[in-house]
Design a protein around this ligand. Structure first.
Ligand code: HEC
Length: 109
């Protein structure tokens, strides 16, 4: 009986921590943070708004990599996103795209 109780507590802890706010990847703040916040509009849409837009979309990661690399307008009517943000590398862009398409939506479940 005691074992079962401990097991349930561990599951409960795990569920609570996965529902908590997720950390931005390293460098996302310095390369993108001037214009993108976790929630609420800034210069551009929040990470949450982007994750919502791409939730469940096929090719989300690929599209995001392309959009972040090219910059421009993506229908938010908020202005112009500079290509690669503030000088993000291809590796960083791939990581940020995965963060938006996969990690954010996994955390929101
Ligand atoms: C100087 C401000 C600025 C910086 C820096 C910036 N962005 Fe943006 N970003 C914007 C704006 C403005 C938009 C909205 C464009 C529009 O109105 O459609 C945007 C839109 C986006 C979108 C939405 C794309 C879509 O398909 O809807 C993504 C993703 C994004 N930015 C990622 C990033 C990442 C990652 C970085 C850092 C590498 C970054 N941005 C840095 C201003 C910025």
């Amino acid at each position: 009986m005691k074992k079962v109780f401990v097991g349930m507590a561990v599951v409960g802890l795990f569920a609570a921590s996965s529902a908590m706010a997720i950390d931005l990847p390293k460098d996302a703040q310095s390369k993108c943070g001037a214009c993108h916040k976790m929630s609420g509009k800034a210069m551009g849409p929040s990470w949450e708004m982007m994750a919502e837009k791409y939730k469940g979309k096929a090719d989300a990661e690929k599209t995001l990599v392309e959009n972040i690399t090219k910059g421009g307008k993506f229908g938010w009517s908020m202005g112009n996103m500079p290509a690669k943000g503030s000088g993000a590398s291809a590796e960083q862009i791939a990581l940020f795209a995965k963060f938006i398409a996969v990690d954010m939506n996994a955390a929101a479940k």
